[in-house]
Ligand binder design. Sequence first.
Ligand SMILES: Nc1ncnc2c1ncn2[C@@H]1O[C@H](COP(=O)(O)OP(=O)(O)O)[C@@H](O)[C@H]1O
Ligand SMILES: [Mg+2]
Length: 362
Amino acid sequence: MAKTMTARKLDPEVALQCLVGMDVGLLLIGARGEIRYMNPRAGEILEVHAEDVVDASVCDLLGLSQQGPLGSEGQVWRTFSMPHTQILAKHGEKELTLECRVFPLRSRSQGDGGVLLLEDISESAEELEFQRNIDRFSSIGNLSAVIAHEIRNPLTGIRTTIQLVQTKLPEDSALTEDLDDTIKELDRIEQFTTDLLQFERPKISELSQANINEVIEKVLSHVALRCSEMGIQVKSELGSDLPEIPLDSDAVRQALLNIVLNALDAMPEGGSLRVTSSTRRYRTRRAVEIAIADTGSGISPQVMEKIYDPFFTTRGTGGTGLGLSISLQIVKEHEGRIYVRNRSQGGVIFRLSFPVPEEIGE
Ligand SMILES: Nc1ncnc2c1ncn2[C@@H]1O[C@H](COP(=O)(O)OP(=O)(O)O)[C@@H](O)[C@H]1O
Ligand SMILES: [Mg+2]
């Protein structure tokens, strides 16, 4: 009995140390959704200083609707707790996948409110999405290699037979020309299967230390004229203190160019293209992240599933459907990550991240 009593008594100073030291983000919120306290881990996750957000609305901070359960009209603060919920919090151009828990807090001195616990699970959410695309991609990739081989092998036999038949025909036979056309068609199939097999090969060669901003600048200067003709405004915000990372610059330029060209295609009536680079700190590692945002048509969920599939295109005969699958391969071979989201203001944002090797200092 005595033991329970002591366990219940918590020295306010110890309580504060717990809040400060804990590895989970914690926000104390007032009844109108205003932030009253934020512990250091929450500040780290959301990349804000506690003093800048005190009294600000938690919905504004997380980019959530005021009408939602956490808003000023929300019931959550007063009545019930919310089970583990994943939210996509928008913070400027950044997007975080947060696992949240909310429970109400009643305080005689400060009125009703709530506690919001946050964990940043972006890394695992992004990882899952990337792996899904890689798996999908690999199975389709392997399948196309099998198909290519299966088609190629009998081709040689067919070709030899046709040529043999041709030698048996009388010199003036009308069939000779038809058979020549047939051989041309066969050559076309053969070229196609060669391309398919080529597609299987690795896309990168040697990696050397480079600043990715130089690669981005090359891509942007390549499309500058086209953008101005199309009425597309280009904005770039390139991080000034990016570490150099191991890159095959030519391959990465190709990967970025494919994404930028898609962005331009999505904005036939003009719009804006925004490219940023920055260092992103995950829990266990650092990465250089490039974001390419457009104000185009966006991508529907049905299309989203397939965008990395080789030969998938919504552009009819205008597209090959290989751009993104090649970009995915290049990024993968750099042990990087690529993922895409529709933006709430329209258009999409592609993010590519490349790992910063550990031996490169902070
Ligand atoms: N920025 C974008 N906005 C809208 N749709 C896009 C964007 N980027 C890619 N897509 C979609 O992904 C598909 C596949 O792109 P990609 O692999 O480059 O092939 P392609 O450009 O030849 O169509 C496109 O056809 C388009 O539907
Ligand atoms: Mg393309």
